[in-house]
Design a protein around this ligand. Structure first.
Ligand code: SF4
Length: 310
């Protein structure tokens, strides 16, 4: 699978990205990195002592209405990011290891799978010893994931919703609801055991969208019957409205309590749930060298040198 006749994600644009053509992800075959550095805002086992070693890729095959990374996903036309070669991407991974990152955390890399695979192999040949985390919206093609799966230690995968209506409203594509189950089934088959002490397996993230508590409950029931013995669950309540003039209903305390009770009833024990007080009230600003609050993150100096070059 390559960039000619691109079929790397479910959009199946079949355009030739090597000729500069761009599909839904808005990216040619030139890898663009929007930011790299240590980040402490991930689930605790991924953070370790100093932070997870993040590499945020520019562009996205999915353009969610609530996207918090609009400056880099292309959803608002900005596409902030800096072109890097596979060699440079491998060096970026090694520099994160020098910063004492706990892992290499690849954020939204679906549309660059061939180049990322190449870079991981090169980095490992040069001595990279960190586990690789595939941090993804879940909007994937199993055939494309299969190209890189052998190199992935931990999947940090969204399951945004199983409802076509909810996906249509929030995720930019009702097709999401059709593709996410085969993706989760594939990962379960390939990585049936999650052991975060050994940095292996899957954390399935689900963000509760406003006004869709029943869809979340349906997702939790499906999770309990299909994946609770294989995956950890990360239930997030940090929805931040992307547009200041759009009023979303806030989750009530009663709704939050209902979810806690349902988790107990379904005996979903392994995982993480955000407390109501843990909601994040900021959106990253990728125009800055450190897009996150300083207590959360520090920039990778090697990334900074590539950014300043361009
Ligand atoms: S990766 Fe991009 S070009 Fe390729 S199919 Fe997906 S959206 Fe289209």
């Amino acid at each position: 699978m390559d960039y000619t006749g691109c079929e790397l994600c479910p959009n199946m644009c079949r355009i030739d990205r090597t000729r500069g053509e761009k599909g839904v992800c808005l990216m040619s075959d030139k890898v663009k990195v929007a930011w790299s550095g240590l980040h402490k805002g991930e689930e605790p086992p991924l953070v370790g002592k100093y932070g997870s070693g993040m590499i945020f890729f520019t562009g996205c095959p999915l353009h969610c209405a609530y996207c918090q990374n609009r400056q880099i996903s292309g959803s608002d036309g900005m596409n902030i990011g800096y072109e890097v070669s596979s060699d440079e991407l491998s060096e970026m991974m090694l520099s994160l290891e020098e910063m004492k990152a706990s892992s290499i955390n690849l954020v939204t890399g679906t549309h660059f799978i061939p180049s990322i695979k190449d870079a991981i192999i090169k980095a490992k040949e040069k001595g990279l010893g960190l586990p690789i985390v595939w941090n993804s919206s879940g909007y994937e093609r199993v055939e494309a994931l299969n190209e890189i799966d052998d190199l992935i230690d931990v999947y940090l995968l969204d399951c945004k919703s199983l409802s076509r209506n909810v996906c249509s409203l929030f995720c930019g594509s009702k097709k999401y609801a059709d593709v996410i189950i085969p993706v989760m089934d594939y990962i379960k088959e390939r990585h049936p055991v999650t052991d975060l002490d050994k940095m292996s397996g899957t954390i399935l993230r689900h963000l509760v969208f406003p006004g869709t508590i029943e869809a979340t409950k349906n997702f939790l029931r499906y999770f309990a019957s299909h994946y609770k013995n294989n995956f950890y669950l990360s239930l997030m309540v940090q929805f931040v409205p992307p547009l200041k003039n759009v009023d979303f209903p806030k989750m009530t305390d009663d709704e939050y309590d209902e979810l806690v009770e349902l988790l107990e009833e379904l005996e979903i024990d392994d995982g993480f749930m955000q407390d109501r007080g843990d909601e994040i009230l900021w959106i990253p600003d990728f125009t800055k060298d450190v897009p996150f609050p300083p207590s959360f993150a520090s920039v990778n100096p090697y990334f900074l040198s590539l950014k300043e070059r361009s």
